[in-house]
Design a protein around this ligand. Structure first.
Ligand SMILES: Nc1ncnc2c1ncn2[C@@H]1O[C@H](COP(=O)(O)OP(=O)(O)OP(=O)(O)O)[C@@H](O)[C@H]1O
Ligand SMILES: [Mg+2]
Length: 219
């Protein structure tokens, strides 16, 4: 398959590191090719055993999700697999939500993020890591974008009793950040949904990995 560039093209070239992974995470680079900014999400720096198992699966899973979501504004565009261990897609100009102050966020930002999440659910995908503010971008026009679909699930293959829970988990990620950044505009219906989810959260298993399991980022 024809791809805009291959691993040989990036080797030896200057690229900016966006994020260093931990033992089971990719490194992410910003690579400019023919005047276009691409992200390379690369599991090659992981240990060989992690790379050929977890990394191999994660790259395919994220690629499949991004392919399904093409056309929805607010997800990384033009995904392709560099090889078995790295995924590429277009860079989104902006800042992560975690690096953005509430005064920089437009009043309807979270409404738009909620809409983006609902559109994603309409395509039968749940993200499951929207609470993480590094996975949300405030783009150069102040619009929301979602990143990091490697943990997403296909709701078509999910038992019915988990489908709604997974959707609620995503929306609670939106409302949690909404409450943090724009509490005055979070209405009582959404707040009640968030509180209900937080009560359930005390019992559920999808609370993320404990920090001792995550390990340190590569230097
Ligand atoms: N398309 C993109 N446009 C702009 N920045 C991006 C893009 N993709 C990734 N990034 C940057 O790289 C960071 C890590 O990306 P991602 O969340 O996909 O990887 P990760 O392995 O899950 O890392 P983390 O554990 O930090 O969440 C993001 O927080 C963001 O700063
Ligand atoms: Mg992430």
């Amino acid at each position: 398959m024809n791809t805009p560039f291959n691993r040989k093209d990036i080797e030896g070239f200057q690229y900016q590191t966006l994020s260093k992974g931990r033992w089971a995470n990719a490194d992410l680079y910003l690579f400019r090719h023919d005047g276009v900014d691409w992200v390379v999400k690369d599991f090659m720096p992981c240990s060989p055993i992690v790379r050929v198992t977890w990394g191999w699966i994660m790259v395919r899973r994220e690629f499949a999700a991004l392919t399904k979501l093409q056309g929805i504004p607010g997800v990384p565009q033009e995904p392709f697999m560099l090889d078995g261990f790295a995924l590429c897609y277009r860079f989104i100009e902006g800042k992560t939500l975690g690096d953005t102050g509430s005064e920089e966020i437009k009043e309807d930002f979270f409404l738009r993020l909620e809409d983006l999440v609902n559109r994603m659910h309409g395509l039968n995908l749940a993200h499951l890591d929207i609470r993480n503010r590094r996975n949300i971008i405030v783009d150069a026009n102040g619009e929301p974008a979602l990143l990091d679909f490697q943990n997403c699930v296909n709701l078509e293959n999910t038992p019915w009793f988990l489908r709604n829970l997974f959707k609620e988990i995503d929306l609670s990620g939106v409302y949690k950040n909404w409450e943090k950044y724009k509490p005055e505009s979070l209405d009582s219906v959404r707040k009640e949904k968030l509180d209900a989810l937080n009560r359930k959260r005390a019992f559920w298993m999808f609370k993320g990995y404990p920090s001792w399991m995550k390990g340190d980022r590569r230097s």
